[in-house]
Design a protein around this ligand. Sequence first.
Ligand code: M6R
Length: 357
Amino acid sequence: EKGTYAHYMLKEMDEQPAVIRNIIQHYQNDAGDIELTEGVRSLVSEADRIYIVACGTSYNAGLVGKDILERIAGIPTEVHVSSEFGYNMPLLSSRPLFVFLSQSGETADSRAVLVEVKKRGYKALTMTNVPGSTLSREANETMLLHAGPEIAVASTKAYTAQIAVLAILAYDIARANGKELPFELMPELARVATIMDSIMSQKELFEDLSDRYLKTTPNTFFIGRGLDASVCLEGALKVKEISYIQAEGYPGGELKHGSIALIEDGTPVIALISQPKTNLNIRGNVKEVVARGANACIISMQGVEHENDEFILPHVEPILAPLITVLPVQLMAYYAALARGCDVDKPRNLAKSVTVE
Ligand code: M6R
């Protein structure tokens, strides 16, 4: 039930800190260590490469997961769109592990791939929010997202839950392989939850940004680099699906290779800047679009040097930054849809779970 909330999407965005805490609870033992089932542990210990297969927002979460798995666990990871993977399977490694990311666990495009990889004798792990769902039942193992029912068509809390669960998996693999861990994950996730609370208690700031940048525009860009670029894809998807604004999520450095031609006087460009490594580069890209008339909105994070930033998010470990940077873009998409009179929870042409291929 959405209770006093105007929309399920708003309620589900608000639930994200609680979801992260719930995930911490479910995946740690009394000593505070990450605890996965023996089944999941043995699946990942046999793998030499991970193939993440997913659609939409789950695919976008997979892009973040790839970086976390490669950087923390050192395991090569690829991310594929289900509807492409089924028909154009890449060359596989000798011991592949397929990880299906799906909020609903019912997405037909993903299921088609699962059927095919099982036929070939490969193992699969499903990360889903729905116990007993098709993708969960048909895979060898399941890791649950513990996010509670997600009703709004626009996925929000499943995205952050997937990233948190992928990080837990990465840490477990890293520990099993004796790799040095850069920071302690569970306490950092707990901090992430606290920071999420503080962002969600300042919603009016993002409503204001949405009014200034998105309310009346026909189009917009989200730009970032590295992990920020992955969150930009998610930001653009959120804006497209609920507010019907034409939105592009783009790696900042790639703009000048074509898409910058679309920048006109007043085109809103929302830049996400959380990664110290690429701070100067992306700020250079912002200057490029501003020079062509763009109306730039910078959302950054403490830990990177700022200039004229609209909003500076509290610092978290850069590899977990997507858990934080996605909140402002979810909120801006929500308020844009509201201001434009769109049906937030049930956008046109879309269904919550896509059960046809
Ligand atoms: O249930 P799934 O995670 O498999 O769904 C995948 C996509 O259909 C879903 O994420 C879709 O893109 C959402 N409407 C995005 O908000």
